[in-house]
Design a protein. Structure first.
Length: 257
């Protein structure tokens, strides 16, 4: 089962899992409310699933008070507990944003998360809650996603919006972003199914700054964006996890050296 199945990663994950021979059920929030514990338990029992990927975020406003907290933290907590009770493998998809820009990477599984507000803080607290509720769970932190084309919430859409708003895309040579192509991310997430419990970090940026990555992407997309270098944002956001040795941005962007 996959929550957030219509999102940037969720949609691609569902497709990839089906290609690998898994039967995939997309969680329908319109049918099963994330605020109704008993409805969720009955739904999971009747679905007879073996694993649950929790990717959902509050992307569509419903008018609920504290909706971001309810989705990012409370729903995550309930699902972690239900999966423990029902013996369902629980995989929570988190974010590199659990680290604030006051810290410097490359981050490892031993780096203390320190985000003190907003989305990053909610995800950080949700991670802690997941392992409290379900010590057998898996948490996977992801970076910025890169798609094959604009049309979702990925790095290419950022370039598109900046071009529309400013006519230029300013990219720091002193920012090393955590990022990966969506096609690599879904492979890594499927691989996690057969791994042990605990925290995982998935990032395929070995050493490149944002300007280098943007320049390389611009080359393969027909130079559709006006990319310029800046040094105003300084942050090494990279994550390192030796359990994913075969993934690299360079595979998709050979111009990177």
């Amino acid at each position: 089962m996959v929550t957030g199945s219509h999102g940037t990663v969720g949609k691609a994950l569902c497709s990839y899992l089906e290609q690998k021979g898994h039967t995939v059920v997309a969680w329908d929030r319109n049918s099963v409310s994330f605020t109704d514990y008993w409805a969720m338990e009955n739904y999971l029992r009747s679905s007879q699933i073996k694993a649950l990927y929790h990717l959902a975020v509050p992307s569509q406003k419903t008018g609920l008070a504290n909706e971001s907290w309810l989705v990012n933290y409370q729903w995550t907590s309930e699902l972690a507990w239900l999966c423990k009770v029902l013996d369902v493998q629980f995989i929570f998809i988190s974010t590199v944003m659990v680290f604030s820009s006051q810290s410097q990477g490359p981050f490892t599984v031993n780096s203390p998360a320190d985000a003190g507000d907003g989305y990053g803080m909610e995800k950080r607290l949700a991670e802690e809650r997941v392992f409290y509720q379900n010590p057998s769970a898996k948490v996977v932190r992801l970076g910025w996603q890169i798609g094959e084309s604009p049309g979702s919430n990925n790095m290419l859409d950022f370039f598109e919006s900046k071009m529309q708003e400013e006519g230029i895309v300013s990219c720091s040579t002193r920012w090393l972003p955590a990022c990966s192509f969506i096609s690599d991310t879904v492979q890594a997430l499927e691989n996690v199914l057969s791994q042990g419990s605990g925290l995982y970090l998935f990032d395929t940026n070995e050493k490149w700054n944002f300007y280098q990555i943007a320049f390389a992407l611009n080359q393969i997309h027909g130079k559709r964006w006006k990319i310029t270098a800046t040094d105003k944002f300084v942050f090494d956001q990279r994550m390192q996890d030796e359990r994913f040795p075969h993934f690299s941005l360079q595979t998709h962007l050979p111009v990177l050296k």
